[in-house]
Design a protein around this ligand. Structure first.
Ligand code: FDA
Length: 303
């Protein structure tokens, strides 16, 4: 129930306006979002680096409705890549194709993606591509294929909840794709996605094993202890050491587990969202864990 209300809240422009204009809400959002400006995200990345943790910078924003919004995102990503290189940080950038105009003008989106990939490669910063709702998956997989052919370090997020993901990965197998495996953050209908926790975990485990066999440098974007343990077992079966795969976390979540993994010699990277469009991101995190909603509401009323 709470989950459904939050998914509704994520899509409500009116509520979004009210919450994002509230200065107290903006401060409370800082638990999960590094800040509204690039330099705040870079400072967060530097703080993580001092704990032996890498970063992925994500400019918040999705589903742009005009190409000027997409152009602004391209400029901000290029600035982020250059700043990462200038500060010598172990950081990447992660993009959403709908932020680059995918649903407005596909050709423009391809041009924007190519520009980001080329500019980031020129300064030695790898690019990751987030996966969005199921309507965008086929095109995102197709664009990833071209991106990874030109720039093999490019990584694609895939969602274990989606029924189609094993087939999508089989089709990419000849590339030995770099993948970030996640459960999936979008409310999807039964025909597209597994709904139960156990089914999603089962597919996550299957895909983890697949990635050790057919992928390159697999990354596991999860805070779920059971799936982290499965990744360790799958790595051991595949003869991979702790530096040959990666765990990725969302900013501000499971810092205990992040540190535990670093201390045991594993590679950890934190996904750092920044920018003014933090509302849909924050509501998705609250839908995943209603305790976060309580945290946010308490901060709002100053308790
Ligand atoms: P689950 O939600 O079952 O959580 C397991 C445990 O982790 C919980 O019991 C709790 O302890 C902790 N936890 C999880 N979420 C928490 C939260 N919000 N606050 C506090 N504690 C929390 N999705 C997508 O569709 N496309 C994408 O591109 C990405 N990209 C991405 C990158 C990275 C680095 C991560 C970690 C995740 C994503 N996701 C994503 C989100 C992903 O699909 C999923 O919604 C969340 O990771 C939550 O699922 P878990 O696997 O963590 O398990």
């Amino acid at each position: 129930m709470v989950n459904r209300v939050l998914m509704w809240a994520a899509a409500s422009p009116r509520l979004q306006r009210q919450v994002t204009q509230n200065p107290v809400a903006r401060r409370a959002a800082h638990r999960f979002v590094a800040g509204e400006r690039l330099d705040e995200a870079l400072d967060a990345a530097a703080a993580l680096a001092s704990r032996g943790i890498g970063s992925i910078l994500d400019l918040l924003g999705e589903g742009v409705t005009d190409l000027s919004g997409a152009g602004a995102a391209v400029a901000e990503y290029e600035a982020a890549a250059k700043a990462i290189a200038a500060r010598g940080l172990d950081a990447r950038i992660s993009i959403k194709l709908s932020q680059l105009g995918q649903t407005v003008d596909r050709d423009a989106c391809v041009a924007n993606l190519t520009e980001i990939l080329d500019q980031a490669a020129a300064v030695g910063v790898p690019v990751e591509i987030d996966m969005e709702d199921s309507s965008l998956v086929p095109d995102t997989v197709a664009l990833f294929r071209d991106a990874a052919t030109a720039h093999p370090q490019t990584r694609l997020a895939v969602q274990a909840a989606l029924r189609r993901t094993p087939v999508d990965l089989e089709a990419l197998a000849s590339l030995r794709p770099r993948v970030r495996l996640v459960k999936g953050a979008y409310a999807e209908p039964l025909e597209h996605a597994h709904q139960g926790k156990a089914e999603i975990r089962a597919q996550y485990r299957y895909l983890t094993d697949w990635l050790f066999e057919h992928g390159s440098d697999p990354a596991f974007g999860t805070h779920d202890d059971e799936l982290v343990a499965h990744a360790h077992q799958a790595a051991a079966r595949a003869g991979k050491g702790p530096q040959e795969y990666e765990f990725q976390f969302l900013y501000g979540i499971r810092r205990d587990l992040q540190q535990e993994l670093v201390d045991s010699g594993h590679r950890v990277r934190v996904y750092i969202p920044f920018g003014s469009a933090w509302y849909p991101y924050l509501t998705r995190r609250m839908a995943e864990r209603p305790a976060n909603l309580l945290f946010f509401l308490r901060a709002l009323v100053g308790r």
